[in-house]
Design a protein around this ligand. Structure first.
Ligand code: ATP
Ligand code: MG
Length: 484
């Protein structure tokens, strides 16, 4: 045993089952492992004569078993939660109106019910009347992650188009290929009973004949391809677009590449084209810019303290360095797979390293990062959505909009930081928002491996005025109280 390893034996009361007294023997672990609770534990059961009889069984570490239990419990609890939340005035899902009262066309009303939606969420209830008003009104709308913004603007587009006109009337752009595909799928499902309304995907890899105008009334895509379709390939006449939707609008107008393309598309539209901007986050500077670009908008804006969801519990785990974080993650593997998990890394290189090492340890994980071909990306997200892979390692490419309802755990293997190393609060909010969809409960675990990353956690806490709790596995009882 190395100098900085200890052997300890401790008596603990099993947190969730007070009747079973067990003693836990921790063998051959480093001091840092003990400090951070990153240990594998061996159960040592006391026999009647007081001797310790080691059971050969190796059990999961405390962190893992407790998280497992809690995730399972919260999955069970979820069943009636949406209905309860939709009656709670403090919830973002609260509504006073029904879909009927929102005056949707009968075929769209059926489409909504076919998707299993019973009542609108707050954003759907508030935004839909504004988006469908005559004369058309512009809208900049903010609503928490997973509260149904997609359905809100999809219903607006489906209501808006005239199916008899065989040209593109609505344009919707989103920052990533996966998100554009996902939005298109929602529109297709919701509009299943509107057979005359057609949709085209303006995404990489979808090559169409130059100069032949599209007949599809709705185009959903990413900014680069959509710009090409409007300008280079002339598949869309921008002057005939009467509704322009930007999903994840803050990133579309704040990050350089997207902004240039979005602005170039926007410039070709007529002044009367209705503009609808949606996101869960709008930094103050982005908000000011959006108000300049969008004439006379209606505004739905959250207060800072409303941006985070109570249903997502946030934690951090102290680790020493990359390898330590890796050990912690391996220990958490059981929890990751209970429902599904997404693990975020800062770079493609780190995501590839992590995937390779988890695979080497025998864990089954999928990787999605920006350099993969679009076919590979589509296949990976499809398999993850269908639960074929339970754990997805990814970069910020999947931080926004991706909606996989079974995701109960998000791990920030690397914390989200900007170019200067400061907390990227918006990305943090979007990443943890991949769990806790539409009232479900979720867990977010942040790996902290340096003083700098602890500072980042503190900055995020201050920004949202929310506590991120230390997951300290040395005190099971306290952990149980914190998490439940
Ligand atoms: N009225 C509703 N009733 C029940 N479920 C709904 C309703 N509206 C939306 N949902 C479901 O809620 C989930 C989240 O919706 P959506 O992806 O639109 O969230 P979002 O607000 O766009 O979140 P994000 O900010 O992360 O992009 C989806 O699975 C969707 O099917
Ligand atoms: Mg969305």
């Amino acid at each position: 045993m190395s100098e900085d390893s200890w052997a300890v034996a401790v008596d603990v009361q099993e947190a969730t089952n007070p009747s079973t007294q067990v003693s836990l023997k921790v063998t051959n672990v480093s001091k840092s492992h003990i400090k951070h609770g990153l240990t594998n534990l061996l159960i040592v059961q006391k026999t009647e004569n007081g001797d310790s009889k080691r059971e050969a069984e190796k059990v999961d570490l405390a962190e893992q078993s407790l998280l497992n239990k809690l995730i399972r419990r919260s999955l069970v609890r979820n069943r009636n939660q949406v209905e309860v939340l939709q009656r709670d005035p403090t919830s973002p899902l609260y509504s006073v109106k029904t879909f009927e009262e929102l005056r949707l066309k009968p075929e769209l009303l059926k489409g909504v019910y076919n998707l299993g939606f019973n009542r609108p969420s707050r954003i759907q209830e508030n935004a839909l009347p504004m988006m469908l008003a005559q004369p058309p009104q512009n809208l900049i709308a903010q609503s928490q992650s997973g509260t149904g913004k997609t359905a809100a603007f999809s219903l607006a587009m489906l209501s808006h188009v005239n199916p008899d006109n065989k040209w593109t009337q609505c344009l919707c752009i989103a920052p990533t290929y996966e998100l554009a595909l996902q939005i298109g799928q929602v529109i297709e499902q919701m509009g299943a009973l509107c057979p005359d309304v057609k949709l085209a995907y303006g995404i990489r890899g979808n090559r169409l004949e130059r100069g032949v105008k599209l007949q599809e009334q709705i185009v959903i895509g990413t900014p680069g391809t959509v710009l090409d379709w409007c300008t280079k390939y002339k598949l869309i006449d921008p002057k005939k677009i009467t509704m322009f939707v930007l999903d994840e609008a803050d990133v579309m107008i704040a990050t350089q590449g997207h902004r240039d393309q979005s602005i170039r598309i926007h410039r070709q539209l007529t002044k009367d084209c209705q503009m609808l901007l949606f996101s869960a986050t709008f930094e103050d500077s982005v908000w000011r810019f959006a108000e300049q670009v969008v004439p006379d908008p209606n505004i739905i804006r959250l207060k800072r303290e409303e941006e985070t969801l109570d249903t997502i519990k946030q934690f951090y785990v102290l680790c020493r360095e990359k390898e330590d974080k890796f050990t912690a993650l391996c220990n958490l593997y059981g929890s990751l797979t209970i429902a599904q998990a997404m693990i975020f890394c800062h770079t493609r290189k780190m995501a590839a390293w992590l995937t390779a090492n988890l695979t080497k340890e025998g864990h089954q994980v999928a990787l999605l990062s920006g350099e993969m071909t679009v076919e590979q990306r589509a296949a990976v997200i499809d398999r993850f959505r269908n639960g074929k892979e339970k754990v997805l390692v990814t970069t910020n490419v999947c931080s926004r909009g991706i909606d996989v309802e079974q995701v109960s755990l998000v791990v920030n293997f690397d914390l989200p930081v900007d170019m200067d190393g400061n907390a990227d609060n918006e990305t943090y909010l979007h990443r943890i928002g991949r769990t806790g969809r539409f009232g479900r409960r979720g867990f977010a675990v942040n790996m902290v491996d340096s003083k700098h990353s602890m500072d980042v956690i503190n900055q995020i806490e201050m920004h949202f005025n929310r506590r991120i709790t230390k997951l300290d596995t040395s005190n099971l009882e306290e952990m149980e109280n914190l998490i439940s």
